[in-house]
Design a protein around this ligand. Sequence first.
Ligand code: 5GP
Length: 207
Amino acid sequence: MSDRTGTIIVLSGPSGVGKSTLVGRVREAMPELQFSISCTTRAPRTGERNGVHYYFLSHEEFGRRVERGEFVEHAQVFANRYGTLKSEVLGRIRGGSSVILDIDVQGAMQIRRAAETDPELKRSTVFVFIGPPSVETLEKRLRGRATDSEEQITLRLENARRELSFWRNYDYLVINGDLETAAAEMTGLFRSFALRTAALPEDLFDA
Ligand code: 5GP
């Protein structure tokens, strides 16, 4: 069915939950899934490339793009700004491809609100949260990063707990305990999005 629209898969989860590894697995299983490259004002980490991992922008350039209305959502995470460009998302879903947005809870909630008055967003978005098996597991994983100072760890833990408290605002929760199980669940979930009635044209069965 060629005139099916794609799904905007909004994906969030606290730091330390293993989101990147899990998403990597799902993308291997579903290479047709597209990935929205975000803009950020933070500096690239070792190995990160502009236009591949992020579009790395100055604060000034980021601000200009906000004023021009180029973002679907944008938020401040720690000291930096992050945002999803409309150009990364809208053309693709209109062309029938699904797009993953790996964004924080503030950005996800902005999209939720925008969808209330934007029929295209309302039809296309699905909200998926990745959670840990327990808060204790998450704390252990965050403390396991030996390079962090105690102060950094405390900040991360607070932020992770705050993010975790948003899980009920999402449509689906995938628990990342065992990676293989979580990857299989998430792949099944994402495949099911192609069956959403909202992605199909209203006149599907019209004579
Ligand atoms: P990092 O700097 O470690 O790559 O990402 C930090 C946080 O920013 C993560 O929680 C990530 O999901 C979030 N993030 C990345 N891109 C975006 C974006 O475009 N919008 C929002 N709201 N958050 C983002």
